[in-house]
Ligand binder design. Sequence first.
Ligand SMILES: Cc1cc2nc3c(=O)[nH]c(=O)nc-3n(C[C@H](O)[C@H](O)[C@H](O)COP(=O)(O)O)c2cc1C
Ligand SMILES: [Fe+2]
Ligand SMILES: [Fe+2]
Length: 410
Amino acid sequence: MMKDLKISQDIHWIGKIDDRAVPFHRLTLAKGTTYNSYLLKTEKPTVIDTVDIDYGREFVEHLSQLIDPEEIAYIVINHTEPDHSGGLAALAARATNATIVCTEIAVPELQEMYKLHHRNFLIVRDGDQLDIGGKTLYFRETPYLHTEETMITYCEEDKILFPCDIFSTHVAAYNIFNDEANEDITEDYIFYYTAIMHPHRRYVRAMMNVVKDLDIQMIAPSHGYILRKDVQKFIDLYGTMSHDTVQDKKVTIIYTTIKGNTRKISNLLANIMTENNIEATIFNVDKVEKAEVLASIQEADAVLIGSSTRYADMIGNLEEILKDLKEMNLEGKLAAAFGSYGWSGESIEVIQDYLNETNMTVLSTSHVIKTTGMTHVEFPVRIRFAPKGDSLKKIEHAGAFIADLLLSSL
Ligand SMILES: Cc1cc2nc3c(=O)[nH]c(=O)nc-3n(C[C@H](O)[C@H](O)[C@H](O)COP(=O)(O)O)c2cc1C
Ligand SMILES: [Fe+2]
Ligand SMILES: [Fe+2]
């Protein structure tokens, strides 16, 4: 029988300590980690998150010592990544009466991964509450912390926040409460934030606005230490670390256009930079001297280059500038291609090719996925005809990504 570890009177820790050097997100977690799962033994017993997919069966065995799985009413899945949802297949097989509680985006992910198409799902939206018989759970969406479908769960009666990946540490913590840890955990906490959360710090800032309205006495995350001492200090650290501390960044945006659509994209990108206190200079390459454009590029921290497509090619004088870039030392700068097009948008791809021949860091969808796991930010920025509707979102996401990279301080 495993030791029954309670975090409050009727909330049990039912997680798994993984003290291997765990390979994760192209890192090796030298200190291991834990997958924290919680059983709330109320009138409608509820499990919040599960464990890594490797430990699903063991998890259900452990849980069965505390409750008959058939009695479980709800399984809350805050985040679908299999280091937390991985025990769901084994649990759902035994907890046949349980409804799975998650965000709308999470439903197909869980259904596909664990073959749960025939199970009951309860989709919760930002701000929804759920009465679990003696306790009330309150859900807030926290997109991209760590992936798009993510939410956090707050237990109103116990004032405990279950934020899944957020406020976690990657430590195989045998003394799971931070006040019982053998060492100061701050360094581990900062390491985790830097590796997992910082690339998404725009969303961390949004989340800080959500948690500031909650009275949080304890944070029960899904990796590492449960925080019950200095709780506000640990929350505030996320606030501090997610602030942009870098200043005086400059972006040069150059474009050519037939009817003005690519100019509109340029202006939208420039506005996003300005909103983020980044200086943006825009050039229509057909209206200024090449030397002026090149001088601005040399000064810039990021260079965004756009053209629409006319008969499968770029227009205006842009190619002259692109040829010169290859010969310049542009190391350390970011670059991105964009443009309006009708059906094929060849010139956007040709700009991308030219940029790839410079020594700038050229943004691509592949680069974004590899560095952040995000799939909603696309480079080059390809906009069909005039920017409107969904394509405005594309520009916003791309601009915000560039701004965040430029202002990154860690
Ligand atoms: C003469 C002409 C040729 C075009 N050729 C192409 C083309 O080869 N491939 C494509 O994707 N779009 C093509 N388009 C569509 C434009 O790229 C599209 O209308 C774009 O929104 C124009 O953006 P702009 O206002 O920035 O120039 C063509 C448009 C015109 C007027
Ligand atoms: Fe995650
Ligand atoms: Fe995780």
